[in-house]
Design a protein around this ligand. Structure first.
Ligand code: ZN
Length: 136
């Protein structure tokens, strides 16, 4: 069986990665995908999409905590998860990077790379446990 939305949409991303988890429906703005691919190339390691497109129902779920006019609702935002680096401990920078998470000690690096590939400062938000990136 072929997985739903198993369509490669750029060098590093598949359509299903952006789908709303409740319905599998997906919308993605082409500029978001373009910039995300540039960011992935600059970052040099996988980028896990913790949240991409959200259906209205999924966005309204209290566990999701989406804002009423969230850009996730029309495929113009993604969230990249942040992992807490523990030194000493197993959760090192390479450990998180290999899994596609942003190490907590490298959020500033990701932010700088995002600006370099075209995002503006107002479109990149450190939300504590994830980085939210959006396009206008
Ligand atoms: Zn977000």
């Amino acid at each position: 069986m072929v997985a739903r939305n198993a369509v490669r949409i750029s060098t590093h991303f598949w359509l299903y990665e952006f789908a709303s988890p409740d319905t599998g429906a997906v919308i993605i703005h082409p500029v978001l995908l373009y910039r995300l691919e540039l960011l992935r190339l600059a970052w040099g390691d996988p980028l896990l999409i913790a949240s991409g497109y959200r259906s209205a129902a999924h966005n309204a779920d209290p566990k999701v905590g989406g804002l009423p006019y969230s850009r996730h609702l029309d495929g113009r935002a993604v969230d990249l998860p942040i992992g807490t680096v523990e030194v000493p401990g197993p959760h090192s920078v390479p450990w998180w990077r290999a899994r596609g998470w942003i190490p907590s000690t490298e959020v500033d690096i990701l932010h700088a790379l995002a600006l370099r590939v075209g995002w503006s400062a107002g479109q990149v938000h450190d939300e504590g446990d994830h980085v939210h990136l959006e396009v206008g």
